[in-house]
Design a protein around this ligand. Structure first.
Ligand code: KG4
Ligand code: ZN
Length: 343
């Protein structure tokens, strides 16, 4: 069978990324231009600045991805792009660029759901992984527990009712003075702290046992910090980080294992920026091993936003002939499983 090379473009938040992936599994190039330094001074992503930065670098990022793959556009079979969910301005930059590029070069266009991309990152690093499997997607914008029934076919079992797991990491990191982005900083600080030092709450949603909630935990951390300040007690940042992280990991692992058992799933994967968290990876791996469930996770570079995961997800749409038309638009609140704009 002929090799299928897909150019994947991602710009839904603060990374401008492009990659070339062969047959949905083999990364030929993966270029990521992160804007973290720009947004750090504001303590979080500023959407308008993110859009402008995407415009400045997208041409160069795509050129570099092709060059690193030793390809020209004529070697590419399709152009794939994230069209939602995400920040509307940043999404529009990627979508407009991909549409123009695909049209100009006469290549098919494939619109990809961002979460589908995160899930597909697992296909790259785990060559033998095929649906059905269960997947927990934990990022700055999403916390979803999903049954991947087949390629491109998803059943959402649980999701966050308020903050995403990564969002909670970022907010707590800011409160304890670690800065942005909070996830990696809390991960590091927690290694020096006691996860049992402060008994932060683990939220369980009555009647929706696979759903998540992190805003109560975030408030509990803020209340703890305030009460320390009022009593003149010095806060041990490492203990707060470790105790907060333990609460997040407990809930993520707890709900995932409940769902695994109820559905008799024998394969479990994690994905998204928070999936590179060392405590989560270790706890999830241990819990899966205890239950004889095969555990999959992408390498950290494929956990954060990247173009390779978009190209990997697009491959399965390409095979099915599911292309997007030039009416493809950015959809900031796109739901998983909701397809838009066929030609
Ligand atoms: O998937 P991603 O790059 O972007 C979104 O789709 O949101 O995820 C970014 C999120 C941020 O909230 C960041 O703090 C978090 O992932 N993150 C981590 C770690 N690395 C990144 N959270 C916990 N531990 C980490 N090591
Ligand atoms: Zn993401």
């Amino acid at each position: 069978m002929k090799d299928i090379n897909i150019l994947g473009i991602e710009s839904s938040c603060d990374e401008t990324a492009a990659a070339v992936v062969r047959n949905g599994r083999e990364v030929l190039s993966n270029v990521i231009n992160s804007q973290i330094e720009t947004h750090t001074i504001y303590g979080g992503v500023v959407p308008e600045i993110a859009s402008r930065k995407h415009i400045e670098v997208i041409v160069q990022v795509v050129r570099e991805a092709l060059k690193k793959a030793s390809m020209t556009i004529s070697d590419i079979d399709a152009v794939a792009v994230t069209y939602g969910p995400g920040l509307v301005g940043p999404l529009l930059v990627g979508v407009s660029y991909a549409k123009a590029y695909a049209y100009g070069c006469g290549k098919p266009l494939v619109g990809v759901h961002h979460i589908e991309g995160h899930i597909a990152a697992n296909y790259i690093d785990n060559k033998e992984l095929e649906p059905p499997f269960m997947c927990l997607i934990v990022s700055g914008g999403h916390t979803h527990l999903v049954n991947v029934r087949a390629y491109g076919e998803y059943e959402i079992l649980g999701r966050t009712m308020d903050d995403a797991a990564g969002e909670a990491y970022d907010k707590v990191a800011r409160a304890i003075g670690l800065g942005y982005p909070g996830g990696p900083k809390i991960d590091r600080a927690a290694k020096e702290g006691d996860p049992e030092a402060i008994p932060f709450p683990r939220a369980h949603i009555e009647g929706d046992e696979y759903d998540f909630s992190f805003s109560g935990l975030k408030s509990a951390v803020l209340n703890y910090l305030n009460s320390c300040e009022m009593k003149g007690i010095q806060v041990n940042t490492a203990d707060v980080a470790a105790s907060f992280q333990a609460a997040v990991v407990d809930v993520l692992v707890g709900n995932s294992m409940k769902a695994l058992e109820a559905h008799n799933a024998d394969k479990f994967a994690i994905a998204g920026g928070v999936a590179s968290n060392s405590a989560l990876r270790e706890a999830m791996e241990g819990a899966c091993r205890e239950r004889n469930v095969r555990f999959y996770r992408p390498s950290p570079i494929l956990c954060t936003d990247n173009g390779a995961m978009i190209a990997a997800a697009a491959y399965h749409e390409y095979i099915k002939g599911n292309f997007s038309g030039l009416s493809l638009n950015a959809v900031p609140n796109l739901r998983l499983g909701q397809k838009q704009n066929k030609p």
